[in-house]
Design a protein around this ligand. Structure first.
Ligand code: NOJ
Length: 650
């Protein structure tokens, strides 16, 4: 439907396909407002929309509606890899074409999409006579919630980027900016998560309370104090509010992907990967990244690890510390990193050729320490070097509290950072390279458009074990960080009682992570001898668990307390179930009615009754039995524990 008119006062309801979600949009006295209801209960109170543009009047009031367009959309999207192969993209869209009543008659479009499980909108600034480029001073979008809404937050603008423990607080305490996805529970019992989708060429959105006591966007600034310099036409990222009746329902909200574009070229070469690495040995002090007597990335070690990967039945091997730049204080000296020069004791050509002969995929490594000028100068040559050696997977890293470019320090999450990460993803896609980005920009679903972006870190991972991770951390992730996509959590560290890095988990829980924390590049992070010599039967589970799923079925959980999920393999009729709990022991009852008909062989790894993450980490019960869809399972999770189940269709 298309309407042509020019109106100063507008009130519109945009209703979701199932009529349960309603967005109310209004234009009154030139001011734009929206509010959101679910089941007729108010969730987002009237909230302001608009921008401040440098050198211009605010693009926020004195607006009139010039034209309005409505559209219904219904589609099933097939994703090449991930947690769910098919996702729904069903929404009702309303687009409001706005113009200023006076001054230069600037124009702006607001596009709303209302889904059964969320609301999304974005600003579109078309080309216009007076502007071909603009500098955004501030975005004024609000998410005006009841101040007693509970929030699960990590702080923004901190030196460790997204790597903080989640804290539960109330909206009235959000005086300092926090990252998204920002997950919340309203006093009337609804769950929501505020996030963004398709973040391109713009500062990342953080959230804080403004002087009106409404949550508002705080776009990560550039070092010149502005938020973004853009050419027109320009679309902002989608502002996304995921909605659910329960915490567990929130965890499979896939609107973020639906709001991103399909790929524009062929990505059939992309394959998810499970890999081991010359990696944890550095964390536990056996080897070093830097050259020297205990250097990890030597040709000899690499050959040994390739042989181990073959024996273990794992497809990939990551090698860190192979290049020049790790000597001395590698964080301070990162500006000197060379990405095409190996250390004298590492022969990349020989290692790559041996890996190829053994059918092992090498995962290359670029630790930039955030010196992106140094990296960008070498980017093309560095990717070519790996590609010429048949290396198609690269883990990148941006350790360093800020990004440094020509002496300027910028936030990883600023427009400059966003554009840098995008440059790497696009160049990698042209070279048929797949990426696992550590210290990344948060996920906003762009892997739908660029499926070669297989994973990210972007939260505290297991490298924080040995003191800085509590059992609740991995019980927050599914409801918070993982709403923005998969995570390389570096699961499967079974040497739990290591004196340098003691894990805050039980043994069964390390296996559970392969199901509860999805990653398109999934690392079996411990050293191979731990798997081969100490835990061969546990490793069988790690080897078998897929990195690509057809379907994900969240079964039970509460934010920061526990999480139980079942996932069906993409390539077989097998299912996997994982569960994790915080410090509280729990029993869960799982009816298996989601299985197909026929028999399944269940292999169960569960905590023993006396297991405990502090003093009995290895207490495990292993069980094999035949089950079908009329059966159910009862599982125990010890403090800091969990369970992992393989259900093999027979
Ligand atoms: C931090 C990354 O998360 C970790 O995986 C990597 O080993 C170190 N940086 C060194 O690059």
């Amino acid at each position: 439907m298309l309407n042509w008119f020019s109106r100063n006062e507008v009130e519109r309801d945009i209703i979701s396909p199932n009529s349960r979600v309603r967005c109310h949009f209004s234009l009154k006295n030139g001011q734009l407002l929206y509010s959101v209801y679910k089941n007729d209960k108010l969730i987002i109170r009237p909230s302001r929309l608009g921008f401040l543009i440098c050198g211009e009047e605010p693009l926020v009031n004195n607006l009139k509606l010039v034209r309005e367009q409505k559209k219904k959309h219904s589609e099933v999207i097939e994703l090449p890899w991930g947690e769910d192969r098919y996702i729904n993209n069903n929404y009702n869209e309303s687009t409001f074409y706005l113009a200023e009543k006076k001054n230069d008659k600037r124009i702006m479009t607001l596009r709303f999409r209302i889904f059964d499980n969320g609301v999304a909108f974005r600003y579109e600034i078309p080309p216009q006579p007076k502007f071909s480029q603009i500098t955004i001073k501030e975005e004024l979008t609000e998410f005006n919630l009841d101040l007693n809404t509970i929030a699960w937050k990590i702080p923004a603008y901190q030196p460790d980027r997204y790597e903080y423990n989640y804290e539960k607080t109330n909206v009235f305490n959000l005086n300092h900016s926090v990252h998204t996805p920002l997950t919340l529970k309203t006093p009337n019992g609804f769950y929501l998560s505020i996030h963004e989708a398709a973040l391109y060429n713009y500062g990342s959105m953080t959230i804080k309370l403004n002087s009106r006591q409404a949550l508002t966007t705080d776009i990560t600034p550039l070092s010149d104090g502005t938020k973004a310099h853009v050419s027109l036409p320009f679309n902002t990222p989608w502002r996304l509010v995921m909605l659910a009746d329960s915490a567990i329902e929130l965890t499979t909200n896939r609107i973020m992907y639906a709001l991103n574009d399909p790929p524009s070229s062929d990505f059939s070469w992309v394959k998810t990967l499970k890999f081991i690495g010359i990696w944890w040995a550095m964390y536990v002090g056996e080897w070093t990244w830097a050259p020297g007597e205990r250097h990890g990335a030597t040709t000899e070690h690499a050959r040994e690890y390739i042989d181990a990967a073959v024996r273990l039945g794992i497809q990939g091997l990551l090698i860190e510390g192979w290049n020049e730049g790790w000597e001395g204080d590698w964080l301070e000296n990162g500006v000197n990193n060379k990405f095409t020069v190996a250390t004298p004791d590492f022969n990349l050509e020989e290692v790559a050729s041996y890996a190829r002969s053994q059918n092992i995929e090498l995962v290359g490594h670029h630790e930039t320490v955030g010196f992106i000028d140094n990296y960008e100068k070498q980017l093309e040559a560095a990717y070519n070097y790996y590609a010429a050696n048949g290396i198609q997977y690269i883990k990148t890293g941006y350790a360093g509290s800020m990004m440094t470019i020509n002496g300027r320090r910028e936030f990883h999450h600023s427009q400059l950072g966003v554009n840098h990460y995008q440059k790497t993803v696009e160049l990698a896609s042209r070279k048929k390279i797949m990426l696992d980005i550590h210290e990344p920009i948060k996920g906003t679903g762009i892997e739908r458009t660029f499926p070669n972006l297989l994973s990210r870190e972007g939260a505290r991972g297991q490298e924080y074990e040995g003191g800085a991770l509590s059992p609740s951390h991995a019980c927050y992730l599914p409801y918070t960080r993982l709403l923005s996509g998969g995570m390389d959590y570096t699961s499967g560290i079974l040497d739990l009682a290591n004196s340098v890095k003691r894990m805050s988990t039980t043994l069964a829980r390390q296996l559970a992570y392969f199901v509860t924390i999805y990653s398109g590049m999934q690392m079996a992070a411990d050293r191979p001898f731990i798997y081969e010599e100490r835990f061969p039967s546990e490793f069988e589970f790690i080897r078998a668990v897929p990195t690509n799923f057809d379907r994900t079925l969240p079964l039970a959980g509460e934010i920061g307390e526990y999480y139980v999920v079942a996932r069906k393999d993409h390539d077989s009729a097998d299912w996997y179930i994982g569960g994790v709990t915080d410090e509280t022991p729990r029993r869960v009852h799982i009816p298996l009615d989601f299985l197909d008909s026929g028999a399944y062989e269940a292999t169960i790894f569960a905590d023993s009754d006396d297991a405990h993450y502090r003093d009995n980490q290895f207490g495990i019960v292993k069980q094999n039995k035949h089950v079908g869809r009329t059966d159910s399972l009862d599982l125990y999770m010890a403090p800091g524990g969990g369970f992992a189940i393989q259900l093999r269709h027979i």
